[in-house]
Design a protein around this ligand. Structure first.
Ligand SMILES: [Zn+2]
Length: 164
């Protein structure tokens, strides 16, 4: 998407964004089966999927190994670049402040998420709701609500499955 183009509301998300969200949801489902938090992310450029990742904090013993962080690290290393300009990050849950900051510094154009941090917080009680949220000057456009119900179903199953 060209810089400065107005944000599309989630209800009118282009088919490519929905297809990317379905890839992210698949990754989230695989994460849940592996005992990880069920959150997945997909990086798209010009409608093409560049990378898919999921939260892997448990297996990596790395509290920063959120789906978005893993995706950004992998994409930058693979492309031997610090810039993901021109990319859209599609993620099943709204990025936390750490991941929003990483998206900003990577120069990602746009972030599209499913469930909100409030949705996750209602289940875990542990989300950081303070700090920057949504679109920030000079950062990615942020919009939410894409396939939120599917993401929420995964989160609820995880939170109700004896976790914690
Ligand atoms: Zn995060």
């Amino acid at each position: 998407m060209a810089p400065g183009q107005p944000a599309t509301r989630a209800g009118a998300a282009p088919p490519a964004a929905e297809a990317a969200m379905r890839r992210a949801l698949e990754a989230a489902r695989r994460a849940a089966l592996a005992g990880e938090p069920p959150i997945g992310a997909c990086l798209v450029r010009d409608g093409e999927v560049l990378a898919v990742a999921s939260n892997c904090v448990v297996s990596e013993l790395d509290i920063t190994a959120h789906a978005e962080m893993t995706l950004i690290r992998d994409a930058c290393r693979r492309g031997r670049t610090l810039s993901l300009a021109g990319c859209e990050l599609v993620v099943t849950v709204e990025p936390c402040p750490m991941c929003l900051a990483a998206s900003h510094y990577a120069g990602i154009d746009r972030v599209i998420f499913g469930a909100t941090l409030e949705d996750l917080h209602a289940l875990t009680g542990g989300e950081l709701l303070a700090g920057p949220r949504g679109s920030q000057p000079g950062g990615p456009e942020v919009e939410g609500g894409l396939l939120r119900a599917e993401s929420l179903a995964l989160l609820r199953a995880w939170a109700g499955g004896g976790r914690g």
